[in-house]
Design a protein around this ligand. Structure first.
Ligand SMILES: Cc1cc2nc3c(=O)[nH]c(=O)nc-3n(C[C@H](O)[C@H](O)[C@H](O)COP(=O)(O)O)c2cc1C
Ligand code: SF4
Length: 405
C-alpha cells in the first residue's frame, strides 16, 4: 500500500462526513477541547515544531505566518480558508472537503483561537456548490457542539467570484469586501494588513486539514511520514495519461516514478504507454523530462534540484505523442484570459506570449520569448504574472520535449 490516509479518512469509514460521530471518530472533538485550553503561543510553537508548510503553492512555513498574525497589533483579526482552487489540474481541495469537511474547519477554529481571531471566512470556488452545501452542514454540526458561534468563532462561507485570480490572497480579500478581485501591492502583507486592513491569517484547505490531524494526534505522530526537510503527507491530483487519474495522499519523499506507476496510485502510463513528460505544479508549473522524473522525488529539495516545485500538488502526465508546444499555447491563452489587467508586465506580457507563439511558433523566437517571460516573472505585481511564464520557460530549457512540435 503506497497511499496514506491521514488528511483523507480511512477507507471503510462509514460515518457521515458532516456528523458529530465523524467529529469524534477522527479525534477532532478531543483536539478542539485540548487546543481551546492551550495558549496561542503554545499552539503556534507546536505548529512550528511540526514543520508544516503551506499547501496552496508557495510552501511558506505555517508557524511563522501564525506567529506574525499573533504578534501583529490590532483588536480585530481574521482567519480565511482559501478553497478557491482554480489552478488548472488542481482538484485536491474539492476531494478533501467532500470527504472530510470537518477536518479543514477544525483547522480554521484552531487557527482562530491561536492568533486571537473571532471571525473566519471560508472562500469556496463558485462552481463547487456540492462542497459549499457540505461545508454548511459541517458548520451546523460544529455550531451544535458549541465550537462555532459569536461567543467562540463566527465562521461564514463566501462563494468564489469565478476567476482564477480571486484565489490570490489579496484579490480574495477584495472579493470578500465586495470589490473587484484585483491583487493588492505587497507589502503590507496580509499578516499585518489583510481583510478590512486588519491582521489576517489565510491558509489553503489542505494546510488547515494538516493542523487538525496534528492536534488530533501529536508532533511525533505527525513526523512519521516525510523526509527530514519535508515533513508529512501531500495530496496529489494526478491527471492525463495515467491509468488511474485521481486524488491520492502520499508521504513526502515518494519517488515520482512510484506516484505514476504504483498499483494503488497512478497505475502506470496510459495512451501510448510511454512516458513523454510531466507538468508538475499546475499551469504555473514546470515540465519535467522522463530522465528528470526518474531521479526525482516528492520533496522540496529533490524537486528544487531539477528546477521544479510541488506547487499545489497538480501532476499532469503526458505520453510521448502529446504536442507539448500545443499544451503550452493553451496554458498561455489561459493566463492571458485570467490576467486581471492591473499591471503592464502581466496584462501585455501574457497577450504578447500568445501572439508570439501563435504567429511565429516557439522554435523561431526562443530568445524573445525568454526575455518576455523573465520580464513578466520579475516585474509583475502578483503571483499570476510572476509564474505565468514558468511552464513556457521550462519548455524552452528542455529542447528534447519540443520534438513533437
Ligand atoms: C493567481 C493565484 C491563484 C491562487 N489560487 C489559490 C487557491 O485557489 N488556493 C490557495 O490555497 N492558494 C491560492 N493561491 C495562493 C494564495 O495567494 C496564498 O498564498 C495561499 O492561500 C496561502 O495558503 P498556504 O500558506 O496555506 O499555502 C493563489 C495564488 C495566485 C497568485
Ligand atoms: S500580475 Fe497580472 S493578475 Fe497580478 S495584478 Fe498584475 S495584471 Fe493582475
Amino acid at each position: 500500500m503506497n497511499q496514506v490516509r491521514r488528511l483523507l479518512p480511512d477507507f471503510g469509514t462509514t460515518s457521515s462526513p458532516t456528523s458529530v460521530e465523524r467529529l469524534k471518530e477522527r479525534g477532532f472533538a478531543e483536539a478542539l477541547r485540548k487546543v481551546f485550553a492551550m495558549s496561542g503561543e503554545d499552539i503556534i510553537s507546536q505548529i512550528t515544531e511540526s514543520g508544516i508548510k503551506g499547501r496552496g503553492g508557495a510552501a511558506f512555513p505555517t508557524g511563522l505566518k501564525w506567529s506574525s498574525v499573533y504578534k501583529a497589533p490590532g483588536e480585530t483579526k481574521y482567519v480565511v480558508m482559501n478553497a478557491d482552487e482554480s489552478e488548472l489540474g488542481t482538484f485536491k481541495d474539492r476531494v478533501l472537503l467532500e470527504e472530510d469537511p470537518l477536518g479543514a474547519l477544525v483547522g480554521v477554529l484552531i487557527a482562530a483561537h491561536a492568533v486571537g481571531a473571532k471571525k473566519a471566512f471560508c472562500y469556496i470556488r463558485g462552481e463547487y456548490r456540492d462542497v459549499e452545501n457540505r461545508m454548511a452542514e459541517a458548520l451546523d454540526t460544529l455550531r451544535s457542539q458549541g465550537w462555532v458561534g459569536p461567543d467562540r468563532v463566527d465562521v461564514q462561507i463566501r462563494r468564489g467570484a469565478g476567476a482564477y485570480i480571486a484565489g490570490e490572497e489579496t484579490a480574495l480579500f477584495n472579493s470578500i469586501e465586495g470589490k473587484r478581485p484585483e491583487p493588492r501591492v505587497k507589502p503590507p502583507f496580509p499578516t499585518i494588513k489583510g481583510l478590512w486592513a486588519s491582521p489576517t491569517l489565510i491558509q489553503n484547505v489542505e494546510t488547515l486539514a494538516n493542523v487538525a490531524v496534528l492536534f488530533a494526534h501529536d508532533t511525533e505522530w505527525f513526523k512519521q511520514y516525510g523526509t527530514k526537510e519535508t515533513i508529512g503527507t501531500k495530496l496529489v491530483a494526478i491527471s492525463g495519461h495515467v491509468k488511474q487519474p485521481g486524488v491520492y495522499e502520499v508521504p513526502f519523499g515518494m519517488s515520482l516514478t512510484d506516484i505514476l506507476n504504483a498499483p494503488d496510485l497512478g497505475g502506470g502510463i496510459a495512451g501510448s504507454g510511454r512516458l513523454g513528460a510531466m507538468l508538475l505544479g499546475g499551469a504555473a508549473g514546470t515540465f519535467l523530462t522522463p530522465e528528470e522524473i526518474a531521479k526525482s522525488s516528492l520533496d522540496y529539495a529533490s524537486l528544487g534540484a531539477v528546477g521544479a516545485n510541488i506547487g499545489s500538488g497538480a501532476v499532469m502526465v503526458f505520453d510521448d505523442t502529446v504536442d507539448l508546444v500545443g499544451v503550452t499555447t493553451r496554458l498561455a491563452r489561459f493566463f492571458a484570459e485570467e490576467s486581471c489587467g492591473q499591471c503592464v508586465p502581466c496584462r501585455v506580457g501574457t497577450q504578447r506570449v500568445v501572439e508570439l507563439i501563435e504567429n511565429d511558433g516557439i522554435q523561431s523566437r526562443p530568445q524573445d520569448l525568454r526575455e518576455l517571460g523573465l520580464a513578466m516573472r520579475d516585474a509583475s505585481i502578483c503571483g499570476l504574472g510572476q509564474t505565468a511564464p514558468l511552464a513556457l520557460l521550462s519548455l524552452l530549457d528542455r529542447p528534447e520535449l519540443r520534438q513533437h512540435a
